[in-house]
Design a protein around this ligand. Structure first.
Ligand code: GDP
Length: 363
């Protein structure tokens, strides 16, 4: 699962990406993280890790991470090959959700490609490029699907129906995500078409240092826009976050207090992106490490075990599970077991956010 950062040039994407990935994740803990300059791992802060640590002695605590890709600046005309054009668009095709950075800060020293700060115009510029690219691929796919459907192929017929629905939305000048189907099967079918504008979007409003609460008119407009789309906005001052990310914990705390923030805005952003991607965490806790693992919401126990190691999924026997709240109540795993609260779950068990697990498996 991966989110891609998009936005017009000079809105603060690189500043944000660098701040997000500055934490210097120990790569040996995250073998899946590719080492490419524009791909980074972002820790997802979770206060439950510290809670577990109060009751279970351990050597290290490892948070969940998100994989982020910095997708180089899109410009007007990208769908026709301007700027990085199609190459840029193909990068977006591969991500699971989009983090769209919009400039809400005024700064005469930093040029805006369109000469003024107007986040809604910027959002529309990018959406237009993505919609044009989608329209082109929908039109091509429709031709193909219609030809196959003529021979009576059922799947192709369904594909034609779906593509026609998407085409109508795009022709009306709306992104495919605005369809927002409630039926999960339909949602899945539409996602399967791999269109750029069907991906979920989280807006990051890059705000000024003197409006950290994000009350300015630019942010408000982005908020209204996101609300209409059923999406979310996280206000972040990228420049301030970049400075914060350079500091050690103590200085960081001092700076946060001086600007009146409870935690870096990046922490809020990481959690929002995690939610956007439809992810949740479960924990493993022992003397060696307490660790958060990332799973899609709805994953079963064997699938969750498979995130640790594929052998664990194949050889899954059962899981012993308890909740963080039970650890707080009983104060140790032993006491949870003795109270009969340690649940034994089989292969059909659907994981709950925040489960603490031991897996038993055959190798
Ligand atoms: P990108 O082209 O979207 O990747 O934008 P950059 O991250 O390179 O930022 C463009 C310029 O805007 C740089 O000079 C940044 O220092 C500046 N910048 C980024 N974030 C902020 C911010 O929150 N406030 C101000 N005033 N400048 C910022």
């Amino acid at each position: 699962m991966e989110a891609g950062i998009v936005g017009l040039p000079n809105v603060g994407k690189s500043t944000l990406f660098n701040a997000l990935t500055a934490a210097g994740i120990a790569s040996e803990n995250y073998p899946f993280c590719t080492i490419e300059p524009n791909v980074g791992a972002v820790p997802v802060p979770d206060s439950r890790l510290a809670t577990i640590q109060k009751y279970i002695q351990t050597q290290k605590v490892i948070p969940a991470v998100l994989q982020l890709v910095d997708i180089a600046g899109i410009v007007r005309g990208a769908s026709e090959g301007e700027g990085l054009g199609n190459k840029f668009l193909s990068h977006i095709r591969n991500v699971d959700a989009i983090v769209h950075v919009v400039r809400c800060f005024e700064d005469d020293d930093i040029t805006h490609v369109d000469g003024s700060v107007d986040p809604i115009r910027d959002i529309e510029t990018i959406d237009t490029e993505l919609m044009l690219a989608d329209l082109e691929s929908v039109t091509n796919s429709l031709d193909k699907a219609r030809r196959t459907a003529r021979s009576g192929d059922k799947d192709a017929k369904r594909r034609v129906e779906l593509l026609e629905v998407c085409k109508t939305v795009l022709d009306d000048g709306n992104p495919v995500r605005s369809l927002n189907p409630e039926d999960p099967t339909l949602r899945k079918e539409i996602n399967g078409l791999q269109l750029l504008t069907s991906k979920r979007v989280l807006y990051v409003a890059n705000i000024e240092e003197d409006d950290l609460e994000g009350t300015g008119q630019h942010v408000q407009r982005v908020r209204e826009r996101a609300t209409q789309e059923g999406g979310e906005v996280v206000p972040v001052c990228a420049r301030l976050e970049a400075e914060l990310a350079e500091l050690d914990a103590e200085d960081q705390q001092e700076m946060l207090e001086s600007v009146g923030l409870a935690e870096p805005a990046l922490a809020v952003l990481a959690r929002a992106a995690y939610k956007l991607l439809g992810l949740e965490s479960y924990f493993t806790a022992g003397e060696k490490e307490i660790r958060a693992w990332t799973i899609p919401i709805g994953a079963t126990a064997p699938q969750a075990a498979g995130v640790i190691h594929t052998d664990f999924e194949r050889g899954f026997i059962r899981a012993e599970v308890y909740a963080v709240d039970e650890l707080v109540q009983y104060e140790s795993e032993k006491a949870i077991r003795e109270a009969g609260k340690l649940r034994v779950e089989g292969k059909d068990y659907v994981m709950q956010d925040g489960d603490v697990c031991h897996f038993l498996f055959n190798v």
